[in-house]
Design a protein around this ligand. Sequence first.
Ligand code: AMP
Ligand code: MG
Length: 400
Amino acid sequence: MISYNEAVDLIKNEFAKLQLETEKVKLTDAVGRTLAEDIVADVNLPPFDNSAVDGLAIKYEDGVTEWKITGEISAGNYSGENQYGAALIMTGAIVPPEFNTIIPLEDYDIVDDTAKLNPGAFVKKGMNIRRMGSDIKAGEVAISKGTLLKARHLAAAASCGKAELLVYKKIKFALLATGDELIPVTEIPTNDKIRVSNLYSLAGAVIENGQVTDSHGFIGDDKEAVKKKLEEMLESDADIICTTGGVSVGKYDFVKDIFLELGVEQIFWRAYIKPGKPAFFGKFESVNKIKLVFALPGNPVSSLVNFEVYLKSRIIELYNLPPVEKITAVLENDIRKNDKKRHFVKAFLFKNESGGYVVRSQISQSSGNLVELSQANCLIEIEEEIINPKKGDKVICIKM
Ligand code: AMP
Ligand code: MG
């Protein structure tokens, strides 16, 4: 069986070969997407010298403190007509070549049609002018390819004349749950049935990480039926196939074998981690496209932990999303761990009165407890060599 680090390296290796497709989206739809082109300024920004303040445009002369006001320049209304003397000017209005300095409104008083500099006010040649091209020159890159687009990027993109942006397409995850015990959320469980919860936690994880899902619902442990479903998923336009359930060593766990029968190449099956050991990872080549295949265990905590530790950081790397937050905290309770697996313990991270991080894992670690899973806000990552971490020990918490 391979180690956690080996498993992660194998997954990284395949993700590095993925060729993300691109698509054009409207500027406002580009927020949260990752830019697939350099945005180049098609004009100088700002496109002309303009005033940074409301005030008086003058031609600077040493010692002069009074100016006759002969005109007005408002933003967006410049006719090109020559100005002389001094002109009232508005913020953002062009500074015609006749002027070279702007005095802010609060630094002078106007008596009749003459502006007089206030005592103590100071005029420096060239002040309060935003120069043409001072932000960026035409032809320069304003926003680089690979940037995760936020609201603050859109002004620059708009000013470069881009109504649409080329962004990386979202990864489409085909999702399927398997198990005879599964029933729809809308039904009341009777006997030995449970509601299919993993479909939703996995879909949530996909969406939380900015990608899209294509749910294939759930299916019982019927080999032929499962095979048909998996075939359908492999033939779909999804980029990643992700199943949950039926991948362990039980009599009815045949998801992995079916994937292999259908031509999926196994990259690994089972890594030495807890929870989530049974996960299978492979790839499938269909018409000039490689699909990655993750068959995750049915255990609701295991499948979500698998997503968090195997998939999340890969998506983050591809799309330049904000990195996973890892926080060092003091353990509030002992943890039992007497094997050499990498453990990911769901836990509750909080700050104590003095502002230090503390983490409590004494919520049961039964992987089936879903409400507890909902209350956990982190995974404590415990490396292979560490045995039975004790209350007071410092541990690394991966925020969820
Ligand atoms: P399996 O990996 O198929 O052996 O399932 C492991 C455990 O997870 C069993 O207790 C299943 O009942 C449970 N389980 C499997 N699939 C789901 C699912 N989609 N939602 C909730 N629990 C599941
Ligand atoms: Mg099962």
